[in-house]
Write a protein that binds this ligand. Structure first.
Ligand code: ZN
Length: 632
């Protein structure tokens, strides 16, 4: 590939004297001008440059001609109708962007963007509208603000990302090849981490932890393949800790490149990582990274929408697709070396519509290698249908509440928690469940706030409820926030209710506190709705363990005789079951030539591999951690 100086090409195409600065913003280009007229009525020259270079080019005001933030805030508040309910106005001064957070973003945009244009004309700032979460959470607001704290740093960082992508090949290129190493998540559920190498690029895909393994819970970053200063980009498929839990550690050790993910993945990840530190501290363990490292991670995210194509290195182009697993979860499509090879990494995948999300995508422009999960890949892992699962959950909860018992649902924080909330809200609204308070503890509440800010990611049915019928189930009165230890005690001492709390596998966090208090009462119900990792307390209880010892201070134990009912409803899982995995691969268009199977207990992975091979005559591989496969 010949070295191409994109910025020079642009200067040669546009009216050079009107441009004061040019910067990359990741794969896009931003031009700044001090010329007000040119800003508001750019000529054909910018369009010509877009056509020529096939890149997104945006024209913004040079910070030198911007009006003061105070004035701009006043005029925006004057121009935008009150019904839009502006929650916040945030300035990104180095990039001349003003972000307006409102409950009704449509009213800030105006008819066909008319109000936005008016704001730009009046203030010269580039207005950007975001939906404010209708469920309030201070921590969500704080996370969203991190991106604006160091405006100049972020401008320069995005500019560097662009230079890395476009400044041509930096490593010696001989023969073309593609190689994938598995640094975690192979033949296991937990610590997912893949390293993609080409002659030009080093890309890390997911970097998670295994919360059920207190000794070896981290990916093999000591593999000779992995050199942190060579990593060009990190991609995060979704916000569960087994996929994102170790990313801040990369920043602790000096990584300062981009992390690609969707917006909800960025927000929910931050929340779960903060919670992870808290849980570690409660267990008196070294959290391995700090809040500052999480902040660095947020500062270096580059968010993408589903199906938005973007270059991430000189020879890799990424597209994220809906994975149907949790809010913002994506399958990662990588187009390598100008058509040399195409990979789809599914991350965690649900090939069925859920209460919140649409089923995963199956159509791609090109596809040679599929890398899929196999959490429920074994022959026997056929889950109940969604309808059967919903009925089972509602009837178990109903019986408990009618018996004056309490229901504890351990949840991962993101995913099943919100699915179960939707299900219970609907059942109470329609009368199939008696109305009782549904307590949403700690992080689950904050994550639900994030969910409420991204209705565009929901399935069409839920979008219709929210946008056309003005019925947002997340805002229902039945949900009550539990924010402190005192409030938690009130729930424990109080009336029959439903409690949703982390962690999902009872490996720490408030769910364990509730278990200690609810567990010895046979009226109560312990309800599992998500995958319980091998070795976790949740799995041990599912396997029949009823005498549970908890550490309480130095060398002391308290023992719980578990008398509460234990019910597992697996059909609500965010993972595809065996049948759905088989149908997903069958439905892929185009058909892959090779399937690599990860993210499943070893017997399940091998079982799925042999069935896929038999059914579709495709080469299948179930690698081990530290294996590497040459894909091309
Ligand atoms: Zn997941």
């Amino acid at each position: 590939m010949p070295k191409l100086d994109i910025i020079k090409e642009i200067y040669d195409t546009v009216e050079k004297e009107r441009i004061s600065k040019a910067f990359f913003e990741g794969a896009n280009i931003v031009l700044y001008t001090t010329d007000r007229e040119y800003l508001l009525n750019p000529g054909e020259d910018i369009k010509k440059a877009v056509d020529l270079l096939k890149k997104r080019i945006e024209l913004r005001a040079d910070p030198a001609i911007l009006k003061s933030q105070k004035n701009v805030e006043e005029s925006i508040r004057k121009m935008v109708p009150e019904e839009a309910e502006i929650r916040d106005i945030l300035f990104d001064p180095a990039r001349s962007v003003v972000v307006i957070e409102a409950l009704k973003p449509g009213l800030v945009i105006g008819k066909e963007g008319s109000l936005l244009r008016q704001i730009k004309e009046e203030t010269l700032w580039m207005p950007n509208v975001r939906r404010a979460p209708p469920v309030k959470s201070k921590i969500v607001d704080d996370i969203r603000k991190v991106l604006f704290i160091e405006s100049e740093y972020r401008r320069d960082f995005l500019n560097n990302v662009g230079h890395r992508i476009y400044d041509g090949w930096t490593r010696n290129k001989r023969e073309e090849w593609v190689r994938m190493s598995f640094l975690g998540g192979a033949r296991q559920v937990g610590k997912s981490c893949l390293l993609l190498q080409t002659p030009e690029s080093r890309v890390l895909i997911d970097c998670g932890v295994d919360i059920t393994d207190s000794n070896n819970g981290y990916p093999f970053l000591d593999s000779p393949d992995f050199k942190i200063n060579e990593i060009d980009a990190v991609i995060v498929s979704h916000s569960h800790l087994d996929h994102v839990g170790f990313v801040p550690y990369l920043f602790k050790f000096g990584y300062r490149g981009p992390v690609y993910c969707t917006e909800p993945t960025r927000d929910v990840s931050a929340m779960l990582l903060i919670d992870y530190i808290k849980v570690m501290m409660d267990k008196r363990k070294d959290p391995v990274f700090s809040m500052d490292d999480i902040k660095e991670f947020i500062k270096h995210t580059v968010t993408l929408n589903y199906e938005e194509v973007s270059d991430i290195t000189p020879d890799i182009r990424i597209t994220l697709y809906n994975a149907g697993h949790i809010l913002g979860s994506s399958m990662v499509h990588l187009h390598i070396g100008n058509g040399l090879h195409n990979i789809l990494y599914t991350g965690d995948l649900k090939y069925a519509k859920s209460l919140l999300l649409d089923q995963s995508e199956t159509r791609f422009p090109r596809l040679e290698t599929l890398i899929t999960e196999s959490t429920y890949g074994g022959k026997d892992n056929v889950l109940m249908t969604k309808k059967e699962s919903e009925d089972m959950l509602v009837s178990a909860v109903k019986e408990t509440l009618e018996n004056k018992g309490k229901v504890l649902v351990p949840v991962l924080g993101s995913g099943r928690a919100q699915e179960v909330m939707m299900l219970i809200e609907k059942a109470m609204r329609e009368g199939s469940l008696p109305v009782h308070p549904v307590y949403v503890d700690g992080m689950v509440w904050d994550i639900t706030a994030i969910y409420s800010a991204y209705p565009e990611f929901f399935n069409s049915h839920l979008k219709k409820l929210i946008f056309h019928m003005d019925l947002n189930p997340f805002l229902s009165q039945v949900f009550k926030q539990v924010g402190s230890a005192k409030e938690r005690q009130e729930v424990i001492d109080g009336e029959p209710c439903i409690v949703l709390a982390t962690s999902g596998m009872l490996v720490g966090g408030p769910s364990v506190e509730y278990l200690k208090n609810f567990g010895d009462n046979p009226r109560n119900l312990l309800l599992f709705v998500s995958y319980q990792g091998e070795g976790s307390l949740g799995r041990r209880i599912q396997n029949g363990e009823r005498e549970i010892a908890f550490a309480s201070g130095e060398n002391r134990h308290e023992v719980l005789q578990l008398k509460a009912n234990v019910v597992t409803v697996e059909g609500l899982s965010g993972h595809s079951d065996r049948k759905q995995l088989m149908s997903f691969v069958g439905a892929l268009n185009p058909k892959p030539k090779k399937v690599i199977i990860l993210h499943g207990e070893v017997s399940r992975g091998i079982d799925l591999a042999s069935s896929l091979h038999k059914a579709y005559r495709i080469e299948t591989v179930v690698p081990r951690n530290l294996d590497a496969i040459r894909l091309r």
